[in-house]
Write a protein that binds this ligand. Structure first.
Ligand SMILES: C[S@@+](CC[C@H](N)C(=O)[O-])C[C@H]1O[C@@H](n2cnc3c(N)ncnc32)[C@H](O)[C@@H]1O
Length: 263
């Protein structure tokens, strides 16, 4: 629980402690996966056997996909996350179908990743860690290369309503054994003229040995619908469908979280 060797650019205590991250995000993972898969099937053409998750964090989704009999690869900028994900996959008996590697969304892709995957998924706004159009276009080019023809990329992204959003706060809770984690996270919408949303997180970790607190903050790049669609239009992929978090086709609105199915 004290592995602090995070090497992401963010000052982000949440990502620096993979087990805390995993405890917090595990609840609801099965429902999330159902939504991602239903969304993928809106556009997927052909087989559905090999998945990949860019920015996979602790590998909670990768391990679940593998546990259900498919192959799934995952990569992340954080060595600590990847180390944790590998250990957890071994402990859960899914290591033969789950592969993890350290990589950057912007330029990932080993030789064996070329046209190797049917489905790529990237939920809960991780793609918004990419800070520029150029980085996003590089990323979408790398994903296109990793997908076989007919494969799809499901991106979970919250659209911004610039200038109209108030500061908001969420509280998340998770428990594993005798460890409980609570996260209070505030989202500070972009200031006028900016596209940078700030997330400020306060974590409380309680174990039988006591309580500790981890504070961190990180930035996410904001997109309204027009900006997002324009960028996809310039990319190596096209927008095939939009779904809600349960995978049902919807019309996207601002603000709101949607699954964008790129093909
Ligand atoms: C919110 S977590 C999401 C993890 C996982 N996708 C999930 O749903 O649980 C975001 C992750 O993005 C990773 N990350 C940030 N920038 C990245 C980049 N350029 N390339 C790869 N991973 C990155 C962080 O290290 C972190 O693990």
């Amino acid at each position: 629980m004290n592995n602090r060797d995070n090497d992401t650019a963010d000052d982000n205590a949440l990502y620096a402690d993979p087990e805390v991250y995993d405890i917090l995000h595990e609840p609801g993972t099965a429902a999330e996966l159902r939504g991602l898969e239903r969304a993928a099937l809106l556009c997927l053409n052909g087989k559905n056997q090999r998945w990949i998750e860019p920015a996979c964090g602790s590998g909670r989704l990768v391990r679940l996909v593998a546990g259900r009999g498919r192959f799934c690869a995952g990569f992340d900028l954080s060595r600590a996350m990847i180390r944790y994900a590998k250990r957890a996959a071994e402990a859960e008996g899914v290591a033969d179908r789950a592969e993890f590697f350290v990589g950057d969304m912007r330029n990932f892709g080993r030789r064996k990743d070329l046209a190797a995957y049917d489905v790529a998924v990237n939920p809960i706004n991780s793609i918004r860690h990419l800070a520029t159009d150029a980085a996003m276009l590089d990323h979408l080019r790398a994903v296109r290369r990793a997908l076989r023809p007919g494969g799809v990329y499901v991106v979970g992204l919250s659209l911004c309503a610039f200038g109209m959003e108030e500061e908001t706060e969420d509280v998340w809770r998770g428990r594993r054994g005798r460890t409980s984690v609570t996260q209070v996270i505030q989202y500070l919408p972009p200031r006028a003229g900016s596209r940078v949303e700030r997330a400020v997180s306060h974590l409380t970790v309680r174990t039988p040995n006591g309580e500790r607190h981890l504070d961190s903050a990180y930035d996410l790049r904001g997109y309204n619908l027009a900006q997002w669609e324009r960028l996809i239009g310039r990319s190596a992929m096209r927008l095939g469908a939009v779904a809600d978090s349960m995978g049902r086709p919807v019309e996207p609105t601002e603000p709101g979280y949607f699954l964008f199915v790129l093909c």
